[in-house]
Design a protein around this ligand. Structure first.
Ligand SMILES: [Fe+2]
Length: 275
């Protein structure tokens, strides 16, 4: 049952009606960017838990998908971890406050409005700057992907939200893979015919105080190399670092048109692939 403790049913229904108007990808992203009540838009766009069996043409068959462990990277990650930790060593939750490059983001603005201003540092990874990290995205057999690191220093947090993958779509367009004129599907939050997936690869071990929640369930006890995916579009998720050890993840986001992709199989059948 969908529950919220912030918005009235009428407010949610009204905003959802606006959200469900037919738009192309670029029209949606323009509308999203200008949306003044980002919190309401974020909440009304979730449809957790989605019964994927009822959706025609969707490869998932679950009705309670929050997150799933889908793979383990059988790889020595020591060099990648130590070089990234060294690169981020000066980042603290104090220096994360009010990053000038994020001031325009409606999500960040909304979070700050509610006092959540000690952010998780998300940094884009490119083939040129971090070829070894970029290569990890290849393991997921996606048509196109983007990679970012997520460094959460002690005190860092990311309050409850769902994703829209706006930076991924814009990135793809900038690199010549332009889906901007395709119709935006309000359930998959992707261009019609595409399925977007998002994976988190743990690089540092879980430490008591590392919080990673999806609706009413939590991921914990992770070890380096463990890979999860989650219902980024519908399961409201939230993180905090209440420990004294930094938390480092790699986030791989990408798209496929293949309904038989092994990631869907892993979600539907709870299988774990060795990569
Ligand atoms: Fe998210």
């Amino acid at each position: 049952m969908f529950k919220t403790d912030i918005w009235s049913k009428e407010q949610l229904a009204d905003k959802k009606n606006q959200y469900c108007q037919p738009r192309t990808m670029s029209e949606f992203l323009e509308w999203y960017k200008k949306e003044e009540n980002y919190g309401l838009l974020n909440e009304c766009s979730t449809q957790f838990p989605v019964n994927y069996n009822e959706l025609k043409d969707h490869p998932l068959t679950t009705d309670d998908f929050t997150f799933k462990k889908i793979a383990v990277l059988d790889l020595d990650l020591t060099n990648i971890v130590s070089s990234l930790l060294d690169e981020y060593k000066d980042i603290t939750s104090n220096t994360s406050k009010m990053r000038p490059d994020l001031v325009d983001s409606p999500e960040k603005y909304y979070h700050r409005l509610h006092g959540f201003d000690r952010e998780t540092n998300t940094k884009k990874i490119t083939k040129e700057t971090h070829p070894d990290v970029w290569k990890l995205g290849e393991y997921f057999d996606l048509e196109k992907y983007s990679v970012a690191t997520q460094y959460q220093p002690p005190g860092g947090m990311s309050p409850r939200h769902v994703d829209f993958l706006d930076s991924m779509w814009i990135d793809f367009a900038n690199y010549g893979f332009d889906l901007m004129n395709q119709p935006f599907n309000t359930i998959t939050k992707s261009p019609e015919g595409y399925y977007a997936v998002r994976m988190m690869i743990a690089l540092t071990p879980w430490s008591p105080g590392h919080v990673f929640g999806f609706e009413d369930t939590y991921w914990s006890d992770w070890t380096p190399g463990e890979v999860i995916t989650f219902d980024w579009a519908h399961a409201r998720h939230y993180t905090a670092n209440l420990s004294f050890n930094p938390r480092l993840f790699i986030k791989v986001s990408g798209i496929t048109q293949d309904k038989n992709h092994w990631i869907f199989d892993a979600i539907n059948n709870s299988t774990i692939k060795q990569l």
